[in-house]
Design a protein around this ligand. Structure first.
Ligand code: VGL
Ligand code: ZN
Length: 193
């Protein structure tokens, strides 16, 4: 952080993009309202992290996942592995070097956090990552749960306010307040550029 309060991503920092997948975007089966607006800002963050690790998590469910209504869960069928709905959108400029972490891949287990049942923690530690800049979908579900785990594991967290979007606005605000209470700093592009 410089004198003006601006943030400069440096060695030890990584960009973590949570579940930015077609099914969570307009036209998808579990579309987060207005979520397409985060794509331009995410692409600018990706540009800022050109020399630093970029990690993208993806919800990657088997055909009959326990979170689907047909199986007694709360959600419509979404992000089934290898389908178009589970793919990253055309409009997201993920670099070829981006690391992909698939989660909630087992039929009988839900996982909102990118750390849950994945090797994300090991991956970050191997790369010497200490601080995560986190954006993606949805604020009050997978972003919140990922941020909680990141803080529990001791990572510094910057929440990218202009690169997250909530299913429900009030729940999104509540989630952002909770994250701030966990020592997360909420920033936007103008504090980086
Ligand atoms: C998510 C609901 C179900 C998310 C994933 O990525 O926020 N939400 N599965
Ligand atoms: Zn899911």
């Amino acid at each position: 952080m410089d004198n003006a309060g601006n943030v400069h991503p440096e060695l030890g920092d990584a960009l973590l993009i949570v579940d930015v997948q077609n099914d969570f975007l307009p036209g998808g089966s579990l579309a987060v309202p207005d979520s397409a607006k985060i794509l331009p800002s995410l692409n600018r963050y990706i540009g800022v992290f050109a020399a630093l690790p970029v990690i993208a998590t993806r919800d990657w469910h088997p055909e009959r996942h326990c979170s689907f209504r047909t199986e007694g869960g709360s959600w419509p069928r979404h992000c089934v592995a290898e389908t178009r709905g589970a793919a990253f959108p055309e409009g997201l400029d993920l670099p070829d070097t981006a690391l992909i972490v698939s989660k909630a891949t087992q039929a009988d287990r839900e996982a909102y956090s990118g750390f849950q049942g994945t090797n994300l923690g090991n991956l970050l530690d191997e790369m010497g990552v200490k601080r995560l800049f986190i954006g993606g979908l949805a604020t009050e579900y997978c972003v919140l749960h990922t941020v909680r785990d990141a803080r529990k594991l001791g990572y510094g967290v910057m929440l990218l306010k202009d690169a997250v979007c909530a299913v429900n606005m009030q729940d999104g605000e509540r989630a952002e307040n909770e994250m701030a209470g966990l020592g997360v700093r909420c920033i936007s592009l103008r504090e980086i550029l």
